[in-house]
Design a protein around this ligand. Structure first.
Ligand code: FAD
Length: 490
């Protein structure tokens, strides 16, 4: 068989394009060398946002597009994506008050109507929001959204598969030969596949994959590492803080799983995308940002977890990492069978990027493309009432789950939880207990429906239970998954 399109890379961009292409009726093969979202797409700040700070670099198009996507995503995955209030303490030594106020007005205007609440100044009634801060300076409150980035990536792949896409994880593209009308690609399992078009969505490995396609080396990509640390809760409440730094960067402090706060991010140019890790300097930078802002102090011993990811940014020649554009660039090359390269992008704008990519591919291959995902819910994202009423229904349907697990599983699976737990009436009926509320029925679901093949896939990318698990618990889960995933014959 000759696929219409072969997509290299199972991050948010590759999976979103697979969804868009499959729903347009194209035959799709997506290959991912590791797990879905195992790199940049699980290492983000987990915000679905317009990017307030991009206004400073006049990236109005990006901010407008991202804010429209924020609105769409909130409707399409109301279980997974939630509004969050962000406190922005004012620091006149970094930016004047009027500039921040004007930026927030513009942000609200670009978001348009029917979106999240509009920004406002912090007032007397906001004592609880100001209390955790060392200096009770004036400031602002505005709204964006949070997301579980890796789950959103996986759900793109699940939706793509429901429309016929073939998704193969732990399968790398090792080389590809370009003919006039098709590609012949060799995969790491030794098989050869044919496709009419090839999409290089390998994120930070774009140049590496170009080498495997026999393309010339380019200089138009910048690899910029960003890191986060996780510390014990720095403040109470569900809101976040956006902290202005003396170097004009911003650092977010956002509530995270298990009563923690994540603090990030940094920007450090790196020579290659492999095994990014937080450095001592980045750790100190983030600790300093948090300790300068909050009364609750943290040190290196308080850090329970950290992660680093590499942004594959299009080098727009600005030379400054802070101001390098976060917008995506798509390149179509028709010297033989079609090749499309994806550079840059954001978790927030991946659906828009995918629509744009398919429209360009459609033109290049003389095929009509429809707008198939604009109003389409993600798997588990369609339910009649509000998210809160779904949590309440699930609490009544499976009272033995307890409030915390009901909330966690409703966020993760939305209305699909009803399918996962159909016919289950007791805790014991959920099968083996792997600890911290993770039971066999959920693990089996993740193996059968979401390509989970290791304990790490389950603990860090399909759920965020990894922080709670002991080494022994991970080992027990690993051996179960190895046996079960082997039997699933994937
Ligand atoms: C620190 C940080 C914070 C961020 N915060 C946000 C945020 O809050 N909100 C937001 O919207 N965006 C954010 N972003 C941006 C966003 O995370 C990225 O733009 C996005 O994840 C990039 O996705 P991708 O699919 O291009 O790359 P990736 O997720 O890295 O996917 C590329 C995939 O290609 C695979 N691959 C490579 N070579 C091969 C091969 N030969 N064969 C098969 N597969 C291959 C890799 O294994 C990888 O999984 C952030 C980024 C960083 C780094």
């Amino acid at each position: 068989m000759t696929y219409d399109v072969l997509i290299v890379g199972g991050g948010i961009n590759g999976c979103a394009i697979a969804r868009e292409a499959a729903l347009n009726g194209w035959s799709v093969l997506l290959v991912e060398k590791d797990d879905l979202a195992s790199h940049t797409s699980s290492a983000s700040t987990k915000l679905i946002h317009g990017g307030l700070r991009y206004l400073e670099t006049y990236d109005f198009k990006l901010v407008h597009e991202a804010l429209q996507e924020r609105k769409r995503l909130l409707k399409a995955a109301p279980n997974l994506i939630h509004p969050i209030a962000i406190v922005l303490p004012q620091d006149n030594s970094v930016r004047p008050w009027w500039m921040v106020r004007a930026g927030l007005y513009l942000y609200d205007a670009l978001a348009g109507f029917g979106n999240l609440p509009r920004s406002r100044m912090l007032g007397r009634r906001d004592g609880a929001l100001r209390l955790p801060l060392k200096n009770d300076t004036p400031g602002f409150l505005y709204w964006d959204c949070t997301v579980d980035d890796s789950r959103l990536t996986v759900l793109n792949a699940v939706d793509a598969r429901s429309a016929g896409a073939d998704i193969r994880t732990r399968t790398a593209l090792t080389s590809a030969k370009r003919n006039q009308n098709s590609w012949t690609a060799t995969l790491s399992d030794g098989t050869d596949v044919q496709a009419k078009a090839l999409i290089n969505a390998a994120g930070p490995w774009l140049v590496h994959v170009e080498g495997r396609l026999g393309q010339a080396k380019r200089n138009s990509i910048k690899l910029v590492k960003g890191s986060h640390i996780v510390v014990p809760r720095l403040f109470d409440g569900d809101h976040a803080y956006m902290l202005q730094q003396p170097d004009r960067r911003i650092v977010f402090a956002i509530p995270w799983v298990g009563g923690t706060t994540m603090v990030g991010t940094t920007e450090v140019e790196v020579p290659n995308p492999d095994h990014p890790e937080i450095s001592a300097e980045e750790t100190d930078y983030l600790l300093n940002a948090a300790n300068t802002a909050f009364t609750r102090q943290s040190n290196r011993n308080d850090i329970s977890y950290s992660w680093a990811g590499v942004r594959p940014l299009f080098d727009d020649g600005t030379g400054d990492l802070r101001t390098t554009t976060r917008d995506y660039v798509l390149e179509v090359d028709q010297q033989g069978a079609v090749l499309l390269n994806v550079l840059g992008g954001k978790i927030t704008t991946a659906r828009h990027l995918a629509e744009d990519a398919m429209s360009r591919l459609g033109k290049a291959m003389s095929r009509t493309i429809g707008t198939v995902t604009r109003g389409r819910p993600f798997p588990g994202g369609q339910f009649p009432g509000s998210f809160e009423s779904l949590v309440e229904e699930n609490r009544k349907a499976w009272p033995f789950l307890g409030p915390e697990r009901t909330l966690r599983m409703t966020v993760a699976y939305g209305s699909d939880l009803g399918i996962m737990l159909a016919g289950i009436g007791t805790e014991d009926a959920m099968g083996t207990d792997f600890g911290h509320g993770l039971r066999q029925v959920e693990v089996d679901w993740l193996i059968e429906h979401e390509w989970a093949k290791s304990a790490e896939d389950i603990l860090w990318r399909r759920t965020k239970l990894g922080l709670a698990f002991s080494k022994d618990q991970v080992a027990t889960l690993s051996s179960y998954v190895a046996k079960r995933a082997g039997c699933a014959g994937e």
